[in-house]
Design a protein around this ligand. Sequence first.
Ligand code: PLP
Length: 339
Amino acid sequence: MSGESMNWETLGFDYIKTDKRFLSTWRDGAWQPGELTEDNVLHISEGSTALHYGQQCFEGLKAYRCKDGSINLFRPDQNAARMQRSCSRLLMPHVPTEMFIEACKEVVRANERFIPPYGTGGALYLRPFVIGVGDNIGVRTAPEFIFSVFCLPVGAYFKGGLKPHNFKISSYDRAAPNGTGAAKVGGNYAASLMPGAEAKKQNFADAIYLDPQTHSKIEEVGSANFFAITANNEFITPQSPSVLPGITRLSLIELAGSRLGLKVIEGDVFVDRLGDFVEAGACGTAAVISPIGGIEYNDQLHVFHSLEDVGPVTVRLYNELTGIQTGDVEAPEGWIVKV
Ligand SMILES: *Cc1c(COP(=O)(O)O)cnc(C)c1O
C-alpha cells in the first residue's frame, strides 16, 4: 500500500506495513549503530527472554502533519524517559533520550508519505520497543537486546467527533500493588486481555481496573488513564504506584490548571463516590480523550452523560490538547519537537 493510494478517511487503528523501521542491537555492553530496514520480520533466538519471561517494554506516540506542512512530535522526551523507567524495572539497558528521539525522527522522515494530511484527524503512530533477545533458558536478564521503532498511519479515533462510551468495573487486576503497573510492559497487557474481552462481550467499551490493594478506587480504564470533573471545577485523576503515568494524563493535568483554570487533584477516586463527578473520561495517546458515558459497578450503571452528548470541560480539554499537537494552538515550552 502506498501513501498516495491511502484512503485517509477510513483509516482505523490497524497494522499497516510502512516502508522503513529503525533497528539497533545492544551487544557487548553498548547499542550498536542503528539502521533503517525494509524487513518487518524479526529473526530472534527461540530462547529470547522477551518470548518466555516477558522481558520487553514499549511506547506509543504520534507524529502530526501541521497546517504549514511541517511535522510535530508530541513530547517524545517524555516517552524516552518513561521507556528508560520501564527498562530499569525489567533490568534492560536504557535507550538514551537523544537516540530515542533521533530514531523516531528518522522513522517519520523515511515514511513521510504515510503521514495523514492536516485536517483528517489522523496521525502517524510510532511504536518504539525494547525486547530481550539472544540464546538463553534460565530466568535472568537477556544477553542481548533489540531497540526498534516502527510506525503506521492511524485515523481519528472517533469518526465524526468525540463520542461517550460505557465501561465496566472489572473484578480482575491488571497489576499488583508493588508490581509493574507503572511500567509500560507487555505483561500488564497480557493480564488485561481476558477482562477486556469479557467487558466487550457485554457491550462495554473496556474494563475499568480498581486499585489492587483495596479494590475501592478507580485506577485505569482499559489501557488508558482515568480523569473526572467535579461540579466545583476540579480535575481529578488517580494517583497510585500501579497506575501507568500517561503522557496524555500529564499534559491534561498541566492544561487543566494553566489554561482552563481548574483545580487539579491527583489522588483517590473512590468507586462509590461517582456521584461527585459531572464528567468523566479516559485519556491516552490513541484516543486522546475517550468520554465516559456511564460506568457499571455491581450491576448498576452510573450515568455521567448520555451516549450522544459530551461534557463541556471534556470538549475544551480535547480541543486544547489536539490543537497543540497539530500546531494550531500555542504549545507550552518544550512540548513540540519538529521533525
Ligand atoms: C500507555 C498507557 C496509558 C496512556 O499513556 P499515554 O502516554 O497517555 O499514551 C495509560 N494506561 C496504560 C496502562 C498504558 O499502557
